[in-house]
Ligand binder design. Sequence first.
Ligand code: ZN
Length: 273
Amino acid sequence: MPELPEVEVTRLGVSPYLVGQRVTGLVLRRAGLRWPFPENLAKKVVGQTVLSTSRRGKYLLVNFKKGSVIIHLGMSGHIRVLPNHIPAELHDHVDIVLGKQLLRLTDPRRFGAVLWHDLQDGVIEQHPLLQKLGIEPLTDQFDGAVLYKATRHRKITIKQMLLAGDVVVGVGNIYASESLFLSGISPTTPVHEISLARYKKLASAIKKILAEAIIKGGSSLKDFINVNGESGYFQQNYFVYNRAGLPCKVCKTLIEQLKQGQRSTFYCVKCQK
Ligand SMILES: [Zn+2]
């Protein structure tokens, strides 16, 4: 599934083709994906110029004067910029036409979303899907102190808190396992037992791992295809993720796997306490 780095890589890839361009058409080939498409979406965007793009968590935002198109890639979605004569295929559900080019959303499993937020309803951060999201991990506001303060009275494990996304967004399963390894924290540690010093290490590890993944062009999704049409799947050299039974790259202890809230966690019992 596309994680924060894939969404950011997508945004960086499509942005130069969108910003400053006027929308000349909108094609919706079904009534909706995870949710119905907004009524009158064409009326909102056709004729309007894209002012900017941005991202909040895994939501990609295409910003216009009067509001924003909110795109979520779901489990298997990707968007590309293509010449406008390329015929749509089975899983191509939405085209935002920009003159001779179009932005095409492809989503075989249809868990993605295309929504509209009108600025008359307030700033985009107040949209119901965005307002409860945790802090962005790659901003200066995110650090160990944020994690420490948010966890003094909570009982869940650190791995589950990271995946929940209400304290910090965008730390998916791969990045949670890897950042906990890099910071030497066991995934089963209750969040209120972790010291400020250890949270500082964890926050640094999260930033480092996400930034590296963005640089490498996204890492976790076979279906992810970047704007140039080449696969964004990148076989990264993980320390623990998907390495159950293999020797730890630091201490040679065999990597263990366990289930936490339906998700597999990979960790080294010796390096992570
Ligand atoms: Zn180890």
